[in-house]
Design a binder for this molecule. Structure first.
Ligand SMILES: N[C@H](CCC[C@H](N)C(=O)O)C(=O)O
Length: 281
């Protein structure tokens, strides 16, 4: 099966995007892992499918697969690339597009100078809905990891996030601690792990060890979750510049029950065509 694709990224968090409106796309976990492999395939953090609408009053459906083949509920950087993709592929000329995902509907709007503004919906804080095993909702939870106790925020942006405060993201043990917390038994569906250094109430630095992909250069839902956690802990203002290794996102949230807005770039790098049969050999 030959498929056309576009290679894209949001601040270096990179994607292979398939138009599943005008071509039949059926991918199993083995094929996804090969596509995402940076030696045997095209290489990316996530695979994104642009599909026809599935629910009333939406324009498209959006599916997201991590490099490890797992399908997930949401991807913030991918949402911005989604908006750029449908525009450049002539799939939509609307200023704002409504997209359903496994975790709800998000609204995307192309801004001037190549930026995209996304309404990421309202964060979910109830432990059972994150999901995170805890007796009640708190803004900070003690978590035992490898004999040490850490204090984390737990937030879902449709996908689960743990947020740790660190003094310096450059020296934070992202790989070791990220992989231990990603598979922590109190996160039954695993978790994305954000390491946030607060510069001031309107500026943070963030690194994210992503569920199913490892550390990425940027994580859109991770940036949203970090700002939500910081606001709840009364450490952040409602409008925060988040500096990730791949660049900056603007995240805006003024507390429950409001939705979180994310603004940032989306870039198409190249288009291609791939014969899936050559992949799995
Ligand atoms: N690894 C995430 C999915 C991709 C999220 C990230 N790339 C973003 O921009 O939000 C998860 O398993 O929930």
């Amino acid at each position: 099966m030959r498929l056309k694709f576009t290679k894209m990224h949001g601040l270096g968090n990179d994607f292979v995007v398939f138009d599943a409106v005008r071509q039949q796309v059926e991918l199993d976990a083995v094929t996804i892992r090969r596509l995402a492999d940076r030696r045997f395939g095209i290489g990316c953090d996530q695979i994104l499918l642009v599909e026809p609408p599935r629910v009333p009053d939406t324009d498209f459906h959006y599916r997201i697969f991590n490099a490890d083949g797992s399908e997930v509920e949401q991807c913030g950087n991918g949402a911005r690339c989604f908006a750029q993709f449908v525009r450049e592929q002539g799939l939509s000329t609307q200023e704002e597009i409504r997209v359903s995902t496994a975790s709800g509907v998000i609204r995307l709007a192309l801004q001037p100078e190549g930026l995209v503004r996304v309404n990421m919906g309202a964060p979910v804080l109830e432990p059972a809905l994150i999901p995170f095993l805890a007796a009640k909702t708190q803004w900070s939870y003690p978590l035992e990891v490898d004999g040490e106790t850490f204090h984390i925020g737990a937030v879902s942006m449709g996908n689960p996030h743990a947020v740790l405060l660190v003094d310096d993201v450059d020296t934070a043990p992202v790989a070791r601690l990220g992989s231990l917390i990603e598979t922590h038994p109190r996160f039954p569906q695993r978790v994305n792990v954000g390491f946030m250094q607060i510069i001031n109430t309107q500026r943070v630095r963030l690194r994210v060890y992503e569920r199913g992909a490892g550390e990425t250069l940027a994580c859109g839902t991770g940036a949203c979750a970090a700002v939500v956690s910081g606001w709840l802990r009364k450490l952040l203002a409602p409008r925060v510049q988040v500096r990730l290794p791949g660049g900056e996102l603007l995240i805006e949230w003024c507390g429950p029950p409001q939705t979180v807005w994310m603004t940032g770039p989306a870039v198409s790098v190249f288009q291609g065509e791939i014969d899936l049969l050559r992949l799995v050999l």
